[in-house]
Write a protein that binds this ligand. Structure first.
Ligand SMILES: Cc1cc2nc3c(=O)[nH]c(=O)nc-3n(C[C@H](O)[C@H](O)[C@H](O)COP(=O)(O)OP(=O)(O)OC[C@H]3O[C@@H](n4cnc5c(N)ncnc54)[C@H](O)[C@@H]3O)c2cc1C
Length: 226
């Protein structure tokens, strides 16, 4: 987009006007921007900054590849620098978008030969939302680990038969306990691609469990948030 400046100082930037901040829970929200002006592959992330602020943070793209909006799903981290600022943006405020970045996404070559198991903690569900919305016919299994069932953000967007909700602090999910406990108890087809996204503790524990189940490192793709 072109920014109004003196003609000799004109620069091309990628500012987007915030359209909406949709609050999903007290501290989690979907930030909607106009349609992306770049092509991306579901699973990739962008880097966001707020106009006038020098800091930026990465966020997985939450919306589908051809969606009319570019969206991210954000959890406000208590005491965090950037996410509370994002939460307080209003429609019309400007953010700067860089990207897309990363190679996290569906293993296209294995799309029809393998089962696809998505494993997420918290907002780590974001890239899977984009993948599922982009590929409505995809046969997948999504395993989400959260503390409380209300953190299963926009669960209605998924095929409930393909979604296993693990809740560690209430009994409103499909499995009461950590998702790693669920993984230990679950059998997976030999031909499975695993996609892990979320915090590093969950990811490393899950990788160990998959290793003990005999899955090679090549069958696991990871996106670490923090
Ligand atoms: C590739 C990539 C994709 C990401 N995608 C998303 C996304 O889709 N949605 C999203 O909410 N975040 C995502 N993150 C995390 C995001 O970039 C920020 O780290 C997060 O918003 C916190 O920023 P902050 O400035 O508020 O906190 P900071 O001031 O940078 O950090 C405060 C502390 O919070 C920890 N922290 C970071 N994220 C979380 C979290 N979700 N829960 C608890 N503690 C956390 C950090 O490790 C740090 O110790 C992603 C990170 C990466 C690397």
């Amino acid at each position: 987009m072109e920014i109004d400046m003196k003609p000799d100082l004109q620069i091309i930037t990628n500012y987007y006007k915030v359209q909406e901040i949709k609050q999903l829970t007290e501290n989690t929200f979907v930030l909607s921007l106009p349609k992306s002006r770049f092509k991306f592959v579901a699973g990739q992330h962008i880097s966001l900054s707020i106009k006038g602020d020098y800091q930026s943070r990465e966020y997985s793209i939450y919306s589908a590849e051809e969606s009319d909006n570019l969206q991210v799903l954000v959890k406000e981290v208590e005491g965090g620098y950037f996410s509370p600022k994002l939460k307080h943006l209003k429609a019309g405020d400007m953010v700067e978008v860089h990207g897309p970045f990363g190679k996290f996404g569906l293993e296209e070559k294995k799309r029809h030969t393998h089962q696809h198991v998505f494993i997420a903690s918290g907002t780590g569900i974001a890239p899977f939302h984009s993948i599922v919305k982009t590929n409505p016919d995809l046969n997948y299994q999504l395993i989400l680990g959260v503390r409380y069932a209300n953190e299963a953000y926009e669960i209605e967007d998924y095929d409930r038969k393909m979604f296993t909700l693990c809740t560690s602090r209430d009994e409103k999910g499909d499995f009461k306990g950590r998702l790693t406990e669920y993984l230990k108890k679950t059998e997976f087809n030999k031909n499975t691609c695993f996609y892990l996204c979320g915090n590093s503790d969950m990811i490393f524990d899950a990788m160990e469990i998959l290793k003990t189940k005999g899955f090679e490192r090549e069958s696991v793709t990871v996106e670490v948030y923090f």
